[in-house]
Design a protein around this ligand. Structure first.
Ligand code: FBP
Length: 315
């Protein structure tokens, strides 16, 4: 368990609540504060979480419809905002959620001046860029969940296909958390074997057809989950609590979070996910993970798509 550390989660919807629940069960932090404009909802969620405390590592869980509940947090997780309806892309949400950040982020910085901001609200790359601008904080202190979840979806599908444990599959999705995201096949490995060379039992190879299918499944999985249950929540809850642990325990852990790139593969002034070293100070470095020509081209297009949305919103 981390030493005394406070996490504030802004938004007690499906995602914010799943983050709180995962963090509670994993013992991610000692103090967790939940904020939501809906007083009855946040009170209900906090009661429900507290009623499980007997069965989890110790924590103090509070909540309020007053943003003051976030005061003094070490990390503020922003999940609030309009959510993705069936058929909507994450980029469709951009205008509403950027406008929300314009009001919210300066208040959060005032209440928790030492905090890192961890953005989860979609479209996470554009909202992270906006939050960075509205916060006035240095870029290493504002980052987003990015493609941490997409990468775990990719790893799950590779693991399922090859029948190897997901923990031993090392692979990243880079770029936008959304339709233009880029699987980094050229550096993906299983037990040190490049996935492109994987032979397995002879019928479990990851040829181009399989890789294309897996990529498509990763991109479409959020749409499938939203169509079936209204929101993706459980896996993003786990993914974000894992990012929080990397920060609070100063793990220097490589995670594909989104942050403002400063000349990584020629990309700058855009928030995108690349494998990045994450610790107590936030983003310690963004890795220039080697890319194939196709991956570089796809990443450059992904950056252009995210930049176009940001510019259309005056960012
Ligand atoms: O395949 P290896 O080298 O045994 O590594 C396994 C370890 O890698 C991890 O899956 C983390 O992998 P990443 O660094 O690729 O995210 C751990 O969860 C696990 O303990």
């Amino acid at each position: 368990m981390s030493c005394v550390s406070k996490v504030a989660v802004v938004g007690a919807g499906a995602v914010g609540t799943a983050i709180a629940y995962a963090a509670q069960i994993r013992g991610t932090c000692r103090e967790l504060a939940l904020f939501d404009l809906n007083a009855a909802k946040v009170r209900a969620e906090v009661l429900d979480l507290n009623h499980g405390l007997q069965f989890t590592p110790m924590a103090r869980i509070t909540g309020s419809d007053d943003l003051e509940v976030c005061a003094g947090a070490d990390v503020v997780v922003i999940t609030a905002g309009a959510k993705q309806d069936p058929g909507q892309t994450r980029l469709d949400l951009a205008a509403a959620n950027v406008a929300m950040c314009r009001e919210l982020v300066p208040e959060l910085v005032r209440l928790a001046p030492g905090a890192l901001l961890l953005v989860v609200t979609n479209p996470v790359d554009v909202v992270t860029y906006a939050a960075l601008e509205f916060s006035g904080l240095p870029p290493h202190r504002v980052f987003g969940s990015g493609t941490v979840l997409d990468s775990s979806r990719l790893r799950f599908l590779i693991a399922e296909h090859t029948r190897v444990a997901v923990q031993n599959v090392h692979a990243y999705i880079a770029g936008e958390h959304g339709d233009s995201e880029v699987p980094l096949w050229s550096t993906a490995t299983i037990g040190g074997v490049p996935v492109t060379d994987w032979e397995g039992n002879g019928v479990r190879t990851l040829d181009e057809e399989v890789r294309t299918r897996i990529h498509h499944q990763v991109v479409s999985s959020a749409y499938e989950i939203i169509a079936g249950k209204g929101a993706t929540s459980l896996a993003i809850g786990l993914a974000v609590s894992r990012v929080l642990e990397a920060v609070l325990d100063d793990e220097h852990r490589v995670l594909p979070v989104t942050s403002r790139l400063d000349d990584v593969h020629g990309l700058a002034d855009v928030c995108l996910s690349m494998p990045s070293v994450v610790g107590r100070n936030g983003i310690e470095s963004v890795l220039a993970t080697p890319l194939s020509d196709d991956e570089l081209e796809a990443l450059t297009s992904s950056a252009a798509a995210v930049t176009a949305v940001a510019r259309s919103l005056g960012l």
